[in-house]
Design a protein around this ligand. Sequence first.
Ligand code: ADP
Ligand code: MG
Length: 255
Amino acid sequence: MSTDGTILAQKIRKSFGPKTVLKDINLEIASGEICCIIGPSGSGKSTVLRCINGLETVDSGVLKVNGEDFGYYETEHAYHAVSPKRLAAQRTRVGMVFQQFNLFPNMTAHENIMSGPVLVKHADKQVAGKEAHQLLTSVGLSGFGDYYPAQLSGGQQQRVAIARSLAMDPLIMLFDEPTSALDPEKVGEVLAVMRDLAKKGMTMVVVTHEMGFAREVADSLIFMDDGYIVERGDAREVLSNPKEPRTQSFLEKVL
Ligand code: ADP
Ligand code: MG
């Protein structure tokens, strides 16, 4: 498998039943790029992320993740699914963090972080345990390894969720409104971990309402509405000088 941290989507379409949710999505994300996606509820932001990590399959278009056809490949007349085994391998290189943390409630923080390497990659438990310990430290939670999710604050749970994703050694990290479920005073600690990750050169696609984070950390910004990418450009440029009327009116409401 190539290891390059890029994402390429060309003319992606995706429908659920009669409803077309992604209409003509084109994007190109470079290795190490931090791309924020903003837009109203229902515009298709989560669906874009879910396609990029293989939780959804697209109906048509080209999707290349880490430099290779992702989940399916196209011949002259048809789409063909890649084998489940290959898709599973592809998916390990794309981490995803959700609004609702999605930790395993019956596992400690430490066990949550080890679970992917041990269960999916059949990693040596001792090695995985050591890495889990380092990851906990890197998200500021050394000493919390034996805590269960219910014993942790939302901000702590989300940092464990980030560590758990990182344990799989992804080349790309996707974040779907990672701070939206948090109490305001917990938002900063999660954004700080994400900022660290950005500095390390991780490719990141972040759906967020945190315009401060977007302005400070993002390289590029995408505004989506109604299944389309309406505007895309340099993050600070789009935020201070949006060209499209729909972007302007959205930003007027949220800034
Ligand atoms: P956003 O994240 O921007 O709020 P989503 O990508 O979650 O938007 O959803 C886009 C549209 O697709 C919404 O109208 C939503 O109701 C619909 N949708 C998303 N997932 C499904 C699904 N699994 N089945 C049917 N409709 C869905
Ligand atoms: Mg969403």
